[in-house]
Design a protein. Structure first.
Length: 294
């Protein structure tokens, strides 16, 4: 009431237009969706169900828990509970904000779906087993989360996307997948943190590709032709060609993953009302159309 008379007095003196800035009023439903623990549980349950569904119906026939749906459900639940506990202990504010939990869940599920898609492409268009771990989009969730939520949650995304992904791939290769995914994910987080130009995303993707190539050489997925039995034989050119194509595939896929993240970034920024450093720099650019009009 006193505020009304104050505004009226200022209007008469010419210091006010008589209008007040609209204030966003949170309804009970909005607060419930934003901070309600029930919604948090529902989001984490979505991660459990999706991971279990992909593992049961879309995993490799020789995956770790092949044809064991109960074990798959239990392990998915345990992994999700450990994620919730880690957030509760290390980052409690994020667990209280359902928008952050949603982003984390969506990023992990998105990486699992892209993993299956890349596996399908590797089976369809390349030699069996030669490109599987080289064309997986390991950097998707870490890059997206590092840009939107920061380094800490991005590392959680990299770790748990790796753990859930290991349930989907062939069981005998699960450890190799974990090494690939964790190394590429951690490298992506540290290269993407505080990126201020979209072009730097592409650079980060290329470096992630080099990290994948290095892991490939270390684990023997990519072999130096010099160490092959017939290194000097008639098949030597084919070995060099295969090594080149494997290294190129890893770098290209990681770069495409970075481009995909850069393309999806404005959508996530708009949907979750987050402004990244990249957007701030672009808005402050003197060549921005809005600033030119001013």
């Amino acid at each position: 009431m006193f505020d009304f008379f104050s505004q009226l007095r200022l209007k008469r003196q010419g210091f006010s237009s008589g209008k007040k800035r609209r204030k966003q009023r949170d309804s009970g439903l909005t607060r419930f969706l934003r901070e309600g623990p029930t919604v948090t549980v529902a989001l984490l349950s979505l991660l459990v169900v999706t991971a279990a569904f992909l593992t049961i119906y879309a995993s490799h026939p020789l995956s770790i828990f092949s044809a064991q749906p109960v074990k798959i459900a239990v392990v998915s639940l345990v992994l999700t509970l450990t994620l919730a506990i880690q957030l509760r202990v290390q980052n409690p504010e994020s667990l209280k904000r359902n928008s952050r939990v949603t982003l984390l869940v969506v990023a992990i599920i998105g990486q699992l779906l892209l993993l299956k898609f890349s596996e399908y492409l590797a089976d369809t268009f390349t030699q069996e087993g030669r490109f599987h771990f080289l064309v997986a989009p390991y950097a998707f969730a870490p890059m997206l989360l590092a840009l939107l939520l920061g380094r800490n949650l991005a590392i959680y995304g990299a770790i748990y996307a790796s753990l859930f992904g290991a349930m989907v791939v062939e069981g005998s290769l699960a450890f190799s997948f974990l090494v690939f995914s964790l190394v590429a994910g951690i490298v992506a987080v540290y290269l993407t943190h505080k990126v201020r130009r979209r072009g730097r995303l592409m650079t980060a993707g290329i470096y992630v590709g080099f990290a994948i190539v290095a892991v490939g050489f270390t684990l023997g997925v990519i072999q130096w032709p010099l160490f092959v039995n017939d290194a000097a034989g008639p098949g030597a050119p084919e070995h060099w060609d295969l090594m080149g194509r494997q290294a190129l595939a890893a770098i290209v896929v990681s770069s495409l993953t970075a481009i995909l993240v850069g393309g999806l970034l404005p959508i996530f920024e708009s949907a979750f009302r987050i402004t990244t450093d990249i957007s701030w720099i672009e808005l402050a650019d003197l060549n921005h159309p809005l600033l030119k009009r001013m």
